[in-house]
Design a protein around this ligand. Structure first.
Ligand code: FAD
Length: 289
């Protein structure tokens, strides 16, 4: 089913998973995770493409398997590192598996660019144009704190509008830890005429070692209260986990209260984190999703 249609009827709960680095050993474990997520009120699961060092070769298969489990998948596709032929191959596979939704992305530029990166698809919008012939329902990424390469938040918003004009029917946001950034993005986006739903991306920090990684990969600001808590409890992994999950629960409650169209949870393939959040917010999910 098309995700934009789901969003017209209800608030969505969705999860992001990434394909294992080694398909031979990791796929079954990922499937255990997906089966656990199925027990929650999951509206869709997104499958990353090349993120976190995952193997792009089986991303389409994983999206297909999610579909065969009866959950709606959305396959991320990155144009930056790809040739048109590679995009065609992935798109055709997704079509074979009956995948209807894709998240069209540029991908992160490599540290050293040999000149081939973004050779064919400079921006997500170029990939969106190319993918139109396949008839997918397309979503795209947005950045509550602005994309790290962009000269200003306003310039980033203008580019976001181009994504909508190019056919993006919904947006999934970069992760953030201060909801004020998300509210600012939504109100500024509406002000310049972007009307598509903007789904907030939430990733609980369950290990203080992840802070540096989140900052370097996503550029997300970690508020001082959260940083302090994680540092104070850093000697006790179970307290760190508890604090990180509680913080995410607080963010989610606030986002729901203020009308977010859905919640997209990045759980780093850990179903236990999804289950714990779900159980703590059981009444919210039952009544408001
Ligand atoms: P773009 O939209 O091309 O934006 C990149 C920069 O160019 C921005 O500064 C933007 O303002 C500017 N820009 C955009 N369009 C135009 C235009 N038409 N003209 C001029 N400037 C423009 N990476 C992966 O490798 N695999 C994944 O699976 C993955 N999943 C992600 C999921 C989400 C929800 C998010 C938020 C990010 C994800 N990423 C993933 C990371 C993403 O690839 C990077 O953030 C990347 O740096 C930008 O991707 P984009 O699609 O937003 O690029």
């Amino acid at each position: 089913m098309r995700i934009d249609q789901i969003l017209k009827n209800k608030r969505t709960l969705s999860f992001e998973v990434f394909p294992p680095q080694k398909a031979e050993t990791g796929t079954e474990k990922l499937f255990e995770t997906i089966r656990e997520l199925k027990k929650l009120r999951t509206d869709f699961i997104s499958v990353t493409y090349g993120a976190s060092g995952s193997d792009v070769r089986n991303a389409a298969e994983i999206a297909g398997l999610i579909k065969s489990e009866g959950i709606e998948p959305i396959a991320h596709i990155t144009g930056g590192p790809s040739t048109p032929g590679e995009i065609d191959a992935v798109a055709q596979k997704l079509k074979e598996y009956g995948v209807e939704n894709v998240l069209a992305l540029r991908g992160d530029k490599p540290m050293v660019n040999d000149g081939n990166y973004c050779k064919y698809f400079k921006h997500a919008t170029d990939l969106q144009e190319y993918l139109k012939k396949y008839g997918f329902t397309m979503g795209a990424a947005c950045y509550p704190e602005g994309h790290p390469e962009c000269e200003s938040l306003y310039a980033d918003l203008v580019n976001l509008k181009k994504k909508e004009e190019c056919g993006a029917k919904f947006f999934i946001s970069q992760i953030f830890y201060d909801n004020a950034y998300y509210y600012r993005l939504v109100s500024e986006a509406r002000r310049i005429g972007i009307s598509s739903p903007i789904i907030p991306g939430i990733m609980p920090i369950t290990n203080p070692k992840n802070i540096a990684r989140i900052k370097s990969m996503c550029g997300s600001t970690i508020p001082i209260e959260l940083r302090n808590m994680l540092e104070i409890y850093s000697g006790n992994p179970s307290l760190v986990r508890e604090a990180g999950i509680n913080y995410a629960v607080y963010q989610i409650m606030d986002l729901i209260a203020k009308g977010a169209p859905g919640i997209h949870l990045c759980i780093m393939n850990h179903a236990d984190i999804a289950i714990e959040i779900y159980e703590r917010l059981n009444n919210f999910f039952n009544e408001l999703f």
